[in-house]
Design a protein around this ligand. Sequence first.
Ligand code: SAM
Length: 288
Amino acid sequence: MTENWVNETLYAEWGQRFLVKRELAQVKSAFQDIRIFESHLHGRVMLLDGVVQITEADEFVYQEMLAHVPLLAHGAAKRVLIIGAGDGGVLRRVLQHRTVEKAVMVEIDGEVIRLAKEHLPRIGGDAWTDPRATVIVGDGIDHVRQAEAGSYDVIIVDSTDPIGVGEVLFTDEFYANCFRILTDRGLVVNQCGVPFMQAEELRETSLRRAKFFPDVFAYLAAVPTYVGGFMTLGWAAKDAGCRKVEVSEIRRRADVAGVLETTRYWTPEIHVGAFNLPPYIGMHLPRG
Ligand code: SAM
């Protein structure tokens, strides 16, 4: 029998491939090609337009860092907006915080949500039915245009890369509206690519955020299947103090929120350390 390999198509000249154990879904939605399969080493894997979005084996790295860092850096986040993230993993981590009162998730592609619930049920877990969650199928840019000023404490953008439907989430208009709809100490984080391979993405989106936010930075996570070394998570905050909180205070906040010692990647030390950027990455951020 011939082996079924899936080659990731992110870069034309270099990539990773997975040996497929079992195909689970191949769907062409109104927005993208969605493929989910069972792999041999990484559990179930989801690709959008040929690009790896999530594997069951290492999703914890990305989701923990995308959810716990902004919430604990803020320290009193009650209302959280999540854009994209249709697999449900960020929603689940956000709702782990008993201090969060409301989480609104806006995902453009209802098929991603449907297929994730069917084939990746552990990723979203009980979050889908949590009474604090509101899941909207719609475009993130429309939601931030229409939301009232000061309606969220934290915004988490877990989008595809800045091509296709995800492109609007990297624009001036998007960041201007994020600033407007955040509360006084509000902050926004987003997935910002792997800078060893995608430095432009970090450089351009950081410059854009700096037009609106006084504190623009990035922090690191090492996600094995986002190949090319560290990935950067972009950071834009109204209050620079949020990324300078001591380890002991982050630990205290995590304890109060109920997330301390529930994690496999995030720790208070990693939280603080993740803001220390190697020069090859830091050079792409605007000088303050
Ligand atoms: N964790 C993944 C990664 O970094 O590769 C990304 C997660 S994936 C679930 C990103 C989601 O963003 C996709 O489901 C996609 O449909 C959604 N998305 C892209 N553009 C969007 C937009 N304009 N508004 C809302 N969701 C969007």
